[in-house]
Ligand binder design. Structure first.
Ligand code: AMP
Length: 225
């Protein structure tokens, strides 16, 4: 059983790397942002509670987030472990998490803010199946259409200059202290998030002492962002 946390500023490729690792090691990939987006798209009560906060690029309240994470992990469908992405994002969430779960490693994807801005502004999302695209590195075959389901590609509501500035500020203020908490427990491996996704995946595995990544072994990873 392996339990990992993956952290990094938006656009650092957390979702891509978590998916690659999860598919190969049979881990359950838990993305708090994806859970919220799913709820927003389906107009659930939770979606209505979080939508405005998300659009503004702000963090959703800790009680709500901890409830969602607690419920998701309580499903216990993670026989081989999990990789959690987008959580914890502040000191309180980290303490809540460490009270209930021991973790095997924290993967920290390191990306300079200038590169974040370039990537995030080029990010698109399929409105049908949720697949991620990037117009710099991985454009869809037909402009504006998802390669997988043909759905319309949209810009995430929170991928605006204004929301990005808020998220970057929050990240540096609130999420860096989380890394410090984990570092004290010697869990953290920091990996440069600028190379291509396969090299990043390889670096993560080397650092965590996991078997090497063999390209093409699994289903296609998410498109890199
Ligand atoms: P992400 O896809 O991880 O960038 O998350 C998208 C948005 O969901 C964030 O900008 C927040 O509004 C919200 N969110 C996701 N994870 C958390 C968290 N751990 N704490 C608070 N808000 C979160």
């Amino acid at each position: 059983m392996r339990k990992y946390v993956i952290m990094g500023v938006q656009g650092s490729g957390k979702g891509t790397q978590a998916t690659m690792l999860a598919e190969d090691l049979d881990l359950v990939h838990i993305s708090v942002g994806d859970i919220f987006r799913w709820n927003v798209q389906r107009h659930t009560k939770l979606g209505a509670q979080v939508r405005r906060t998300m659009v503004a690029g702000e963090l959703v309240g800790d009680d709500l987030v901890e409830g969602v994470v607690g419920e998701r992990l309580a499903e216990h469908d993670w026989n081989y472990g999990f990789i959690i992405d987008g959580f914890p994002r502040n000191r309180r969430q980290a303490e809540f998490f460490l009270e209930s779960y021991d973790i095997d490693g924290v993967i920290h994807l390191d990306l300079p803010d200038s590169e974040v801005r370039r990537r995030v502004m080029a990010r698109r999302l399929c409105s049908g199946c949720g697949m991620d695209y990037n117009l710099i590195a991985n454009s869809p075959k037909i402009e504006g259409k998802c390669d997988v389901c043909g759905g319309e590609l949209i810009t995430r509501e929170d991928d605006t200059e204004e929301a990005l500035a808020v998220r970057l500020r929050d990240y540096h203020e609130k999420t860096n202290p989380v890394l410090d908490i984990f570092r004290r427990k010697e869990y953290v491996v920091t990996v440069d998030a600028r190379p291509d996704p396969e090299n990043i995946q390889q670096a993560i595995r080397n650092r965590l002492g996991l078997p090497p990544y063999i390209p093409g072994q699994d289903a296609e990873p998410d498109q890199p962002i």
